[in-house]
Ligand binder design. Structure first.
Ligand SMILES: Nc1ncnc2c1ncn2[C@@H]1O[C@H](COP(=O)(O)OP(=O)(O)O)[C@@H](O)[C@H]1O
Ligand SMILES: [Mg+2]
Length: 342
């Protein structure tokens, strides 16, 4: 059964001069097994919304139910088992002497022990790439990314149906972010956990979410498939958001190649799409590496030069166009040839 939010309104500092409406009449359903991204500028109400999913906040108006359980009634304990929440900088909550004990903390509070506890801890640790040797270390010996994975394991060990992550990538370097999202995708894929990923980083959401909810001023402004939401660039900008650069790139190319797929979300998809369009022109570029397998800024730069060449024949005499296409594309290829991959 899903998460059902009906006409949810929430105000901070109610009945004071500082009263602030953080959510206004939000209606939403999240089905089992979904991977939903929630985006929106800072202060748009994302964290306030997801704190209702495990009863940390209670609705002022409207209702929130998870698997039919209300966040207000006696079902709160049961609800917190179903919904695991990983807050921003969860590693600050690591405090035990070993990683093992930290991961086990939540389920030992539920009364689990012995072989069953051990099995669950090792399964959760393994799912996020924490090795047996790492389990015996102090959490303080781990890297930033490892700490965060340990914190996620401490939530995943409870075997929640819904995993809510509020800005899980913040403060990590690109490799650390990548690692976290790879493991979160795995929890979703291999264990069927529903994931609700809150992020102001649209790249992360574009890459991983199957559905995107855009919050603005405490309301849901858009809700749909990533390809339909992200192509609404102007509206997103109006809400203080900047879609991934690759969307701007595709939009610019669309004036040259009107038939290009503008539902593209990642550099990899852009490269594959361009390869289709550019196959004839690129066939004439000597010693070319396959583009889709070398998905780099360099490949895209070459592709964009070649794409200009593809459309050039419309304005240039047909006999001259292939030669100029070949010349400019190969000049670009050799100029970029020694540069490192992006
Ligand atoms: N503890 C709080 N006390 C008062 N106002 C708050 C509190 N937390 C958030 N707010 C306000 O509620 C609104 C929504 O905040 P929040 O849900 O944290 O947004 P987001 O997670 O999208 O950045 C903002 O205007 C914010 O200033
Ligand atoms: Mg927030």
């Amino acid at each position: 059964m899903p998460i059902v939010v009906k006409n949810l309104t929430y105000k901070y500092m109610r009945r004071t001069p500082f009263e602030q409406e953080a959510l206004s009449d939000v209606c939403l359903e999240i089905a089992d097994g979904e991977f939903v991204g929630i985006i929106g500028r800072t202060g748009s109400g994302k964290s306030t919304l997801v704190q209702h999913f495990n009863g940390l906040l209670k609705p002022d108006e409207g209702s929130v139910t998870i698997d039919g359980l209300s966040a207000t009634g006696s079902g709160l304990k049961e609800l917190r088992r179903k919904v695991g929440v990983v807050f921003q900088f969860p590693e600050y909550q690591l405090f035990e002497e070993t990683v093992y004990k930290d991961i086990a903390y939540g389920i030992s509070k539920l009364g689990l022990d012995g072989a069953e506890l051990d099995r669950r801890v090792r399964k959760a640790a393994g799912a996020v790439g924490i090795s047996g040797a790492m389990l015996q270390k102090s959490p303080f010996e781990l890297s930033g990314g490892q700490k965060r994975r340990a914190a996620i394991a401490g939530i995943f060990v409870m075997e929640p149906k819904f995993l809510v992550m509020d800005e899980p990538g913040s403060g990590l370097d690109p490799a650390g972010r990548e690692e976290i999202f790879a493991y979160v995708s795995k929890l979703h894929r291999d264990f069927g956990v529903s994931v609700i990923l809150v992020s102001h980083n649209m790249e992360d959401v574009a890459r991983y979410a199957e559905r995107v909810i855009v919050m603005s001023d405490g309301r849901i402004a858009m809700d749909g498939a990533p390809r339909s939401v992200f192509r609404r660039i102007d509206e997103l900008e109006g809400m203080g958001l900047r879609p991934p650069d690759v969307l701007y790139f595709i939009r610019a190319l669309k004036s040259l190649l009107p038939g290009i797929d503008d539902g593209i979300l990642t550099v990899g998809q852009a490269a594959a799409e361009l390869e289709k369009w550019l196959a004839p022109a690129l066939a004439r570029v000597p010693a070319r590496a396959p583009m889709a397998s070398a998905v780099t800024a360099q490949a895209l730069a070459r592709a964009s030069v070649a794409s200009a060449a593809v459309v050039a024949p419309a304005s240039a005499p047909a006999s001259e166009a292939p030669a100029s296409a070949q010349a400019s594309a190969s000049a670009q290829a050799s100029a970029k040839g020694g540069a490192g991959a992006g």
